[in-house]
Design a binder for this molecule. Structure first.
Ligand code: 9UX
Length: 69
């Protein structure tokens, strides 16, 4: 497993946190996904053979949030 930390814009309540975590965990290859409202960070563990950073960003964007560059 690899680990990446992304900064997500637009998380404003605990429901957003859950939406992002669910969106990520629904993708094959994603293990743990933990979003934190205060820091705006999402820490994701993933199998690079199944999903890469762009796929993780896409999952977050499709859930309606933006990922900081
Ligand atoms: Mo809270 Mo977020 O009411 O998508 S769920 S703002």
């Amino acid at each position: 497993m690899e680990r990446v930390e992304l900064t997500v814009e637009g998380m404003t309540c605990g429901g957003c946190v859950k939406s992002i975590q669910n969106a990520l965990q629904g993708r094959p290859g994603v293990g743990k996904a933990e979003a934190d409202l205060d820091s705006k960070k999402v820490v994701i563990e993933f199998d690079p053979a199944q999903i890469q950073r762009d796929g993780l960003v896409q999952a977050i964007e499709e859930a309606g949030f933006d990922v900081a560059a």
